[in-house]
Design a protein around this ligand. Sequence first.
Ligand code: ADE
Length: 304
Amino acid sequence: MSRTVAISSPQPSGTGAGREALRRWFRPRRDAYPWRGSSDPFAILVSEVMLQQTQASRVAPAYRAFLERFPTIRALARAPRPEVIRAWSGLGYNRRAVTLSEAARSLVRDHDGRIPRKPATLERLPGIGPYTAAAVASLAFGVPVAAVDTNVRRVIARVHLGLEPHEAAASEIATFAHAWLDRRDPGAWNSALMDLGREVCRPRPRCEACPLARGCHFRAAGATGGRGPARQGRFEGSTRQVRGAVVRVLRARGTISLGRLSDEIGLPEDRITPALAGLMADGLVAGGPAARQGRPSGRVRLAG
Ligand code: ADE
């Protein structure tokens, strides 16, 4: 039997459009990552903080190891900061280890060691922005709130507005995200859109693999993607790279002199001190007794 599929103009963009197709597409992916099998709000919080700036494929092994080391909020809250920073190994953007440790301490102090379900309350925790708060609330508690990260913003702008995300007003994207949300299972819906944005509706989209292609205004307009503002800057030689190298050496060596640190990293001290000053301001690194006015000098170590 042959079937004709109209792809030249999208179906009316009711916000129910494509829901069933996306649900079907997502079904085999429900268990694609270890955190998807968990209903423990703490495990979901840990995974979402890790996923903020690290690719899902790299998060998976670190997530398992982290939860083995700190299985509960109270275990994390009790742990000395350098241990938490050590357990963050392999994920980068180590400042998140500090804020997650602060969040756990604040949850024990102010919320009896429980994760709140309201996004507005979650947002008051260190390191938790609107996106992570919405992801945790919807995935852990089924709260009907849209979690809109960069990838999801791209899907919504394209499907509903026929635009690239930088061409669309934030308020319009938020309106569609809210109206489109599948209230029967907000967590699965949010996860499905995240996966779709990361794997299919990429900057250069793979429309042939997209369950929403039929109703997509971007595709109907013949747009092919790939435009948009410049991506993240070069990593090689950046302060971010030096920061990562400093934390790696301090994890392995404990307290160390500036000269020794410079030898181990293979960069002159004047390249290392700006990165160290930033790490000290972020609470990741502490100076030795000779540190003055927040400037690194003498010996340095991971902050406790
Ligand atoms: N990116 C951020 N959170 C995610 C999640 N829960 N699943 C997949 N990708 C994500």
